[in-house]
Design a protein around this ligand. Structure first.
Ligand code: P6P
Length: 339
């Protein structure tokens, strides 16, 4: 007799929680549905990428000066199209575009939300078949409705996020998101194209034994981070050290593994990247919102990531995120060995 259990779909889950957001009147629900619609299309192409000629470089460079892979461009186009057509969003800041994309049509101009998005983070891993991801933040617009969104609608501190999430395109495709009342994970059933609740109420373990950093940057790191890495590698039965080093070079994949198994992710400033590498708006802030809602912490080494006031769309920030105790230990080293 098959277990008679009820799978909860993302749509059912959002509707069930709708009562927690009376002011949203379904708009947030529609926004999240727009995002997951685009994610399903991107997922299909990623899974097919090995089969069709969609790998390889589009021949252009994005505003980061990085060669754009066709999937980057494709993913960016899908999320922009879905959000533009959804009429809830009046502007987007995307990693792939230097300026904001303001939606100037009669429906979108009445949209109350703006989105910061990295449509396909870690895309340099595509041909290595390593998990990659989409990362997004949702904010309420600050400017009055009636025209397309403005850059000031996007330059908001992370504490103003209404929702944030990531989609990880891996051995299974998952959506993990928060609206400020916990973190929930949904796994895509590709046979029917439905995201089903698979990881309710996700929380970091109290502490962890994984540290994630690109140790290839060792010679470019500040002394405090070198000392912390040595701390991780020292034996101590009480704190389960030496820790295990796990780093895949794809933020969403590294963060997701650490959220599930307990570990700290670090992308500090280096001599090569004096402000860190990761982008505040569409990488650090959404990850920070999820981390905090999962009982963890996200800092730039000195400040809570979500309290940093953005000054530019693509500004970078150092990022340390994971269980509170692990992030605080790093901050202790940063204070102790500050140069
Ligand atoms: P590095 C991918 O390019 C990315 O933006 C993040 O997904 C990832 O965490 C980081 O860069 C990896 O950078 O310098 O270690 O290769």
């Amino acid at each position: 007799m098959a277990a008679n259990y009820k799978i909860k779909t993302l749509t059912e889950f959002i509707i069930e929680r709708q009562s927690e957001y009376p002011h949203a009147k379904g708009a947030l629900t529609r926004l999240l549905n727009d995002i997951t619609t685009a994610a399903k299309i991107v997922n299909r192409e990623i899974n097919a990428a090995g089969l069709v000629d969609i790998l390889g470089y589009e021949g252009k460079k994005n505003i980061q000066g990085e060669s754009q892979k066709k999937l980057d461009v494709f993913a960016n186009e899908q999320f922009i199209a879905a959000l533009k057509g959804g009429a809830e969003c009046c502007a987007i800041a995307s990693e792939e575009n230097e300026k904001i994309i303001s939606f100037e049509n009669e429906f979108s101009e009445m949209g109350k939300y703006v989105i910061a998005i990295d449509p396909l983070d870690g895309s340099s891993n595509i041909e290595a078949n390593v998990s990659i991801g989409t990362v997004f933040s949702i904010y309420r617009r600050k400017t009055d409705a009636g025209e397309g969104g403005k850059v000031e609608d996007l330059l908001q501190p992370g504490i103003n996020q209404v929702a944030a999430g990531y989609i990880i395109y891996g051995s299974s495709t998952m959506l993990v998101y928060t609206t400020g009342k916990g973190v929930n994970g949904f796994t895509l059933d590709p046979s029917v194209g439905i995201f089903c609740l698979s990881h309710p109420d996700m929380m970091f373990p109290e502490t962890g034994s994984i540290y994630s950093i690109n140790e290839g940057n060792y010679i470019y790191l500040d002394e405090c981070i070198k000392q912390y890495i040595k701390y991780c590698q020292k034996e101590d039965k009480k704190t389960k050290r030496p820790y295990t080093s796990r780093y895949i070079g794809s933020l969403v994949a590294d963060f997701h593994r650490n959220l599930i198994r307990g570990g700290v992710f670090m992308y500090p400033k280096t001599k090569k990247a004096p402000s860190g590498k990761l982008r505040l708006l569409y990488e650090c802030n959404p990850i920070a919102f999820i981390a905090e809602q999962a009982g963890g912490k996200a800092s730039d080494g000195f400040n809570r990531i979500m309290e940093v006031e953005p000054e530019a769309l693509h500004q970078r920030s150092p990022l340390f995120t994971g269980p509170i105790s692990m992030v605080e230990k790093i901050e202790e080293f940063i204070r102790k060995y500050k140069e």
